[in-house]
Design a protein around this ligand. Structure first.
Ligand code: ACO
Length: 209
């Protein structure tokens, strides 16, 4: 079995409610699709360009194949695909992807949160929980997050969680139909001390539920 997978993390209490992390599952289809169809304007400009129109890519029936692909990557140790829940209901996704082991032990992290619950600390708590897990049971050493300079909310999430800016990747990723510059944020295991969650709690931004 792949180290650190599957896993359930949290819960943590934040202003929006109780945040927990669990593996994506097939029966997420309904909530996942409902939120993403409604939230196109909130999500599309920040996400990698997909194949086909948004309503098709985010339809109920498109989840099973996405879920199966994520599950198979997770079983091979290449990905940790999580659902974020708030008070037990699906509130977003957070994924650790492109996991490379050997002497790199690095991966990227990416996330989105339903527009209904933004600005309540959900994404920051999710990033802290998943980062601690990645450096703990999953055995990684470095996580990277790439963010468009215009994405103020996501830059704030990474700063609050304890990531630092390392540089600018020019024309890095095909997002919303064009090659977009991205800031690279990163954190390595030795910077996290007793963990990003415990730091978030000490800063008064979250509490153990
Ligand atoms: N301008 C300035 N600050 C903002 C704005 C804005 N438009 N919107 C939110 N913020 C601030 C909030 O005030 C808060 O900071 P504060 O605690 O200092 O007040 C912070 O940004 C958001 O923190 P959280 O509440 O923890 O985050 P939230 O649960 O709202 O989720 C997220 C943030 C994930 C960026 C959400 O808005 C989202 O899903 N956006 C669309 C998809 C996306 O951009 N995903 C990230 C892509 S980059 C990556 O994955 C590495």
């Amino acid at each position: 079995r792949h180290p650190g997978w599957p896993a359930r993390l949290g819960p943590l209490r934040v202003p929006a409610g109780e945040v927990a992390i669990r593996p994506v599952r097939l029966r997420d289809a309904g909530e996942w699709s409902r939120i993403r169809l409604r939230d196109r304007a909130h999500l599309e400009m920040w996400e990698p360009t997909g194949v086909g129109p948004w309503p098709e890519r985010n339809a109920f029936w498109s989840w099973p194949s996405q879920w199966a692909a994520l599950r198979s990557l997770a079983r091979r140790g290449q990905c940790l695909p999580f659902t974020i829940t708030l008070d037990g209901r699906l509130a977003g996704q957070i994924t650790v992807g492109n996991v490379i082991r050997a002497s790199l032990r690095s991966a990227w992290i990416g996330y989105w949160v339903s527009s209904e619950v933004v600005r309540g600390g959900v994404a920051t708590a999710a990033v802290a929980l998943v980062t601690d897990h990645a450096f703990g049971l999953a055995g990684l050493h470095r996580l990277e997050a790439t963010v468009r300079p215009e994405n103020t909310a996501s830059l704030r999430v990474l700063t609050k969680a304890g990531y630092r800016q390392e540089g600018l990747f020019e024309r890095y990723l095909d997002v919303a139909g064009a090659w977009r510059d991205h800031y690279c944020y990163a954190v390595t295991r030795e910077e996290t001390g007793s963990g990003l969650v415990s730091r978030l709690v000490a800063a008064g931004r979250a509490d153990y539920a």
